[in-house]
Design a protein around this ligand. Structure first.
Ligand code: NAD
Length: 261
């Protein structure tokens, strides 16, 4: 239990990768502040499961991270519920797929706000406490799309490239404070965010979701298998460990070879 006594705030942890990261950090003893949307009963169930399985404290903030005020509210909720924030995982994200000429402006604004600006606001609110205590870990869920582009994903690719820039600057600014900031760059992970893309592709191409799974992987990812949220969680645990003390400002790929080619 390497993270006993630490508090981790994981944004977008009611689903997918965020939930996997929250569970992995809890397994190492961290108290967990959850965030994200979903049915209250389901969120209650996940939170209670984390408490009983791992013997840690939990809290939940339903703050909407599309505004700076929402992000500041979430950090304040975490401090009120669990005392402090030692580990901040900026993970909440959304996707929308269309070519630039057809891309709705409100979708562009929403993706930039949630996938990029929320991490800036979160770091701004949580880093001062980490610096004061001389220890902190900031982990941004970026993407292979932080390093390379794909057609029809302008806002997402722009936000993910942006979050890698933010990661570098935070890493530099916090270099001698005991606080590191890194980014995980996953390839395909089978979560609701990707399931929606699979369903849209199957409807468009007159195929099945199972057929589209293989097609999706084959287009981009030499290793023809999905990374799991638990594997992303394992990388997050490593980034919180003493072994990762001098890793900062770094994009770390976990993408089955996507950006190697
Ligand atoms: P998901 O849809 O399963 O989870 C997204 C989470 O973000 C949910 O908890 C949702 O409630 C929350 N969220 C969305 N909008 C929010 C808002 N305005 N305020 C607060 N919470 C909000 O998706 P996922 O695949 O687990 O994605 C998590 C992160 O991983 C995203 O940043 C995504 O870009 C990134 N990512 C995913 C993949 C993949 O293949 N699934 C690959 C690379 C990167």
């Amino acid at each position: 239990m390497t993270l006993k006594g630490k508090v981790a705030l994981v944004t977008g942890s009611t689903s997918g990768i965020g939930l996997g990261v929250a569970r992995a950090l809890a397994a190492e003893g961290a108290d967990i502040m959850m965030n994200g949307f979903g049915a209250p009963a389901e969120i209650e169930r996940e939170t209670a499961a984390i408490e009983t399985e791992f013997g840690v404290r939990t809290g939940y903030s339903g703050a909407d991270l599309s505004s700076g005020a929402g992000v500041r509210q979430m950090v304040a909720d975490a401090i009120a519920a669990l005392g402090q924030v030692d580990i901040l995982v900026n993970n909440a994200g959304i996707q929308f797929v269309a070519e630039i000429v057809d891309f709705p402006e409100d979708k562009w604004d929403a993706i930039i706000a949630i996938n990029l600006s929320s991490a800036f606001h979160g770091i701004k609110a949580a880093a001062p406490g980490m610096k004061e205590r001389g220890w902190g870990r900031i982990i941004n869920t970026a993407s292979a799309h932080g390093l390379v582009g794909s057609a029809s994903k302008s806002a997402y690719v722009a936000a993910k490239h942006g979050i890698l820039g933010l990661t570098k600057v935070a890493g530099l600014e916090l270099a001698n404070t005991g606080v590191t900031c890194n980014a995980i760059c996953p390839g395909w992970v089978l979560t609701p965010l990707v399931e929606k893309q699979l369903q849209d592709r199957a409807a468009r191409n007159g195929t099945s979701v199972e057929q589209e799974k293989l097609a999706l992987l084959a287009e981009k990812q030499p290793m023809l298998q999905f990374t799991t949220p638990a594997q992303i969680g394992a990388l997050a645990v490593f980034l919180c460990s003493d072994g990762a003390k001098t890793i900062t400002g770094a994009p770390i790929s976990m993408d089955g070879g996507w950006v190697a080619g």
